[in-house]
Structure formats: structure tokens, C-alpha cells
Design a protein around this ligand. Structure first.
Ligand SMILES: [Zn+2]
Ligand SMILES: [Zn+2]
Length: 128
């Protein structure tokens, strides 16, 4: 399990299952599903974003405060860190007498490639 979780990046349950299977062929999908809440509870992984009914997770690492932009077209995930955003969140919390432990921001949309694809499709339709 540790080998599986040593990989960086985002994964969903199915991807995790595929990875676990490489090390242990006997593992069932149900086991992996049951494992997820346990891994979250023990602070090993965190839910990063939900997109089209799929939930992505990632390993919690030291400096893991970052946010995500996800493309609804191809599923590409971009990670970003922005000090101004953190500053803004700190300010909001101050305003409400709140200490923030974590925040989760997910921006959903379409990447440039998918936008271009969409435009092409539109043009083709116009020609017909
Ligand atoms: Zn895309
Ligand atoms: Zn991430």
C-alpha cells in the first residue's frame, strides 16, 4: 500500500485499485473502496475535487496547500498556489473570527485545447 501511495499526483478510486493490484492481485475493488475513508481519517490522503461524479484524491504532503483547476473536457488537473488567495482567505477568516485549517477551491471549466476543439466542432457544424 505504501508503494502505491508514494506516487505523486491525483487519482480516483479506480486508479488506486489498478495500482494496488500491481502489488497485490488478491485485492478486490470493494477493499479499496473501504480503504479510502480510512486513509482520509488517518490523514494519508485527502479529497481534492469532484468532477463529473468522480472524486479525486491525493496524498497529503508537507507543503500541500494548493488549489485545483480541472478541465471538464479532458480531465486535466492543474495545481496552483497563490499567496494572494491565501491572504484573501486569511482576511475572510479574520473577519469572522475564524482560524482556517484548510480550504478547498476547485475551479471547473475547459482548458485551451478543449476550447479549441469545441470551436472546431462549431465551425464544422456551420459548414454543413
Ligand atoms: Zn481539456
Ligand atoms: Zn493537488
Amino acid at each position: 500500500m505504501k508503494e502505491v501511495l508514494s506516487s505523486r499526483g491525483h487519482f480516483d478510486v479506480d486508479q488506486l485499485y489498478e495500482n494496488v493490484k500491481k502489488y497485490n492481485r488478491k485485492v478486490s475493488r470493494a477493499t479499496v473502496y473501504r480503504l479510502i475513508p480510512h486513509l482520509i481519517d488517518s490523514g494519508v490522503i485527502t479529497e481534492t475535487l469532484r468532477c463529473q461524479g468522480r472524486i479525486s484524491y491525493e496524498k497529503i504532503q508537507g507543503e500541500s496547500r494548493h488549489d485545483h483547476i480541472v478541465c471538464l473536457g479532458c480531465g486535466k488537473v492543474i495545481e496552483f498556489r497563490d499567496k494572494k488567495l491565501q491572504f484573501l482567505i486569511d482576511n475572510i477568516c479574520k473577519k469572522y473570527d475564524f482560524k482556517s485549517i484548510e480550504h478547498r477551491l476547485g475551479i471547473r471549466g475547459y482548458c485551451k485545447k478543449c476550447m479549441e476543439k469545441e470551436e472546431d466542432a462549431g465551425n464544422n457544424q456551420a459548414e454543413i
